[in-house]
Write a protein that binds this ligand. Structure first.
Ligand SMILES: C[S@@+](CC[C@H](N)C(=O)[O-])C[C@H]1O[C@@H](n2cnc3c(N)ncnc32)[C@H](O)[C@@H]1O
Length: 429
C-alpha cells in the first residue's frame, strides 16, 4: 500500500543516530522505533533521489533484505513517521482546551497554584463575554473541553454556561470541581447528563488529611458529591497533590479511591501561586520528589523483568499545538503549567479576526510562545545536540522546573547512563 508513496520522512519525525542504531521518533505522536543506521541511510538516499517506495524496493535484489525493508517501511507507516502520514495525524489529533471560567473559589486550598479566591488574576468576565469565548473556542475545533477554575460551580451563571457550551459543542466535556456544590440528586443528574467526566479533588484520605489542605468539613462534602454523582455516572476521578508532607498518604488515598470505585489521580505539586508560599513553608523535599520520579521509571522497567522491553517515552509536548489553557480573562496559554503573563499566547477576546488568527496559528509568532519554546528540548543548549534529547523528559514544565532549580546538569548525568544502557540493549527491528 506504500508503493506509490514518495519516500520522505515527516517534518515532525526526528532521527538520532549513535553506535549504528537510529532512534526514529515523532514529536507530534510520541511514537518511536529503533532501526539500523544502514536502513536510515537507504531512506535518506531514496529521499534525495525522490524515489517512491515501489522504486526503492525494486532496487533491492536480495529477497531477505527486501522483505526487511518492506517490514520496516510498513512499521514506520503504522507509526505515522512518513510525510504522507501528516494529514492522517492532523485528522487524528484531538484538540484539548481547558477553560477556567472563574478565579473565584469557595475554598482556599493552601497549595492552590492559581491562588484561586484571592482574585489575583484580574476581573471576572460577564456571562456574555464567557459566551463569546465559548464561540471562539469552537474555532479550534476542539475534541475535548475541560471546564475548571477557581471553582467553576461558584459562578451564578454556571448552569447557563453549561447550556451554552452544549448548544454549540457535542464532543467530550469534562468538569473539574471541588464538589462542594454538588449537594443533591437533581444537580448530580443534571451534571452527569451534560458532562462526560468529572475530576474532583480531595487531597487526603480522611477529614484530618483533607482539612490540612482544603479546610474543615470538606472531606464529607466531597464524599457526598461522589456518592451522588455515582448514581448517574462512573466517569469520576479523584485527585490529591503530593508533597513531602503527605507523600506517605498516597497509599491510603488509593485505598479510599478503590473503596469509592473512582479513578485515583496523584498530581505532582507545582510551587506556583499560593503553592509557592506553601512550598517555602513546608519545604517540599525535592530530593524525595526526584527519587520518586526516578524510582517510578526504574520500577516500571524492572517490574516487567525485561528491563528495556517497554517503548521509550518520547517528548511530544502538545502545548500550543493541540492543547490550550484559557484563563478567566480570556488569556490563552500553552498549558496549565505555563499560565504566566510571559507565556501568554494571545487574548481570545482581543483578536479582531479570530477565525483567521486561530486557523493560521498566528500565536506561534507571539513572545509568549517564544518564551515557552525555550523549554522544548531542541532549544535547550545542553540538550539540542544530544541524541537522547527526546527521551529524558515528558513535558516542558518538567524541564522548566529543572532549569529554575538548577537541576538539569544533575538529571542529565543520571539519565545519561541509564539511556546509554537503554540505547545499547534496545533491539532494532
Ligand atoms: C486549581 S483546581 C480548580 C478546580 C477545582 N476548584 C478543584 O479544586 O478541583 C484544579 C486542580 O489543580 C490542583 N492544584 C492546585 N494547586 C496545585 C499545585 N500547586 N500543584 C499541583 N496541582 C495543583 C488541584 O488540587 C485540583 O485538582
Amino acid at each position: 500500500m506504500l508503493n506509490n508513496v514518495k519516500v520522505a520522512f515527516s517534518n515532525d519525525t526526528k532521527i538520532f543516530s549513535e553506535n549504528s542504531k537510529s532512534l526514529v521518533a515523532n514529536i507530534k505522536t510520541g511514537n518511536c522505533l529503533f532501526i539500523s543506521d544502514e536502513i536510515v541511510e537507504i531512506y535518506r538516499r531514496a529521499e534525495d533521489e525522490n524515489l517512491s517506495f515501489e522504486e526503492l524496493f525494486s532496487c533491492v535484489e536480495d529477497a531477505n533484505s527486501k522483505k526487511l525493508l518492506i517490514k520496516v517501511s510498513e512499521k514506520l507507516d503504522s507509526l505515522k513517521m512518513w510525510q504522507h502520514n501528516e494529514n492522517e495525524i492532523l485528522n487524528m489529533r484531538k484538540t484539548k482546551i481547558s477553560f477556567d471560567i472563574t478565579n473565584n473559589c469557595n475554598l482556599r486550598c493552601k497549595h492552590c497554584c492559581i491562588s484561586a479566591g484571592d482574585n489575583l488574576r484580574g476581573k471576572e468576565l460577564s456571562t456574555n463575554e464567557i459566551f463569546n469565548i465559548i464561540d471562539r473556542i469552537m474555532l479550534f475545533a476542539p475534541d475535548n473541553i475541560t471546564i475548571s477554575g477557581g471553582e467553576p460551580m461558584v459562578r451564578n451563571d454556571f448552569f447557563e454556561i453549561t447550556e451554552k457550551i452544549r448548544s454549540v459543542y457535542s464532543s467530550y466535556l469534562s468538569l473539574m470541581t471541588n464538589g462542594i456544590l454538588i449537594k443533591d440528586d437533581q444537580t448530580a443528574a443534571y451534571l452527569a447528563d451534560k458532562y462526560d467526566s468529572f475530576s474532583l479533588s480531595i487531597d487526603g484520605y480522611d477529614e484530618t488529611s483533607c482539612s490540612a489542605i482544603r479546610g474543615k468539613g470538606v472531606f464529607d462534602k466531597v464524599i457526598n458529591a461522589i456518592n451522588l454523582l455515582k448514581k448517574y455516572t462512573d466517569k469520576i476521578s479523584l485527585s490529591m497533590v503530593r508533597t513531602s508532607d503527605n507523600s506517605s498518604d498516597t497509599q491510603l488515598f488509593r485505598k479510599l479511591c478503590q473503596s469509592l470505585d473512582v479513578y485515583p489521580v496523584i498530581r505532582v505539586f507545582e510551587p506556583v501561586g499560593r503553592g509557592k508560599e506553601f512550598y517555602e513553608r513546608v519545604t517540599v523535599d525535592r530530593e524525595f520528589d526526584e527519587h520518586c520520579i526516578n524510582w517510578q521509571r526504574v520500577e516500571y522497567n524492572f517490574m516487567s523483568r525485561k528491563i528495556y522491553s517497554y517503548k521509550p517515552q518520547i517528548f511530544s509536548c502538545q502545548g500550543a499545538v493541540s492543547e490550550f489553557q484559557i484563563d478567566q480573562k480570556g488569556d490563552v496559554f500553552p498549558c496549565p503549567m505555563f499560565m504566566n503573563e510571559e507565556f501568554k499566547l494571545f487574548n481570545i477576546l482581543d483578536i479582531t479576526d479570530p477565525e483567521e488568527f486561530i486557523s493560521s496559528k498566528k500565536y506561534i509568532t507571539s513572545t509568549g510562545y517564544y518564551n515557552f519554546s525555550k523549554y522544548l528540548p531542541e532549544n535547550i543548549p545542553k540538550c539540542s545536540k544530544c541524541t537522547k534529547q527526546l527521551m529524558c523528559f515528558s513535558c516542558a514544565a518538567e524541564i522548566q522546573k529543572m532549569i529554575i532549580n538548577g537541576d538539569l546538569e544533575k538529571k542529565c548525568a543520571e539519565y545519561s547512563n541509564y539511556f546509554d544502557m537503554y540505547w545499547r540493549d534496545y533491539e532494532c527491528i
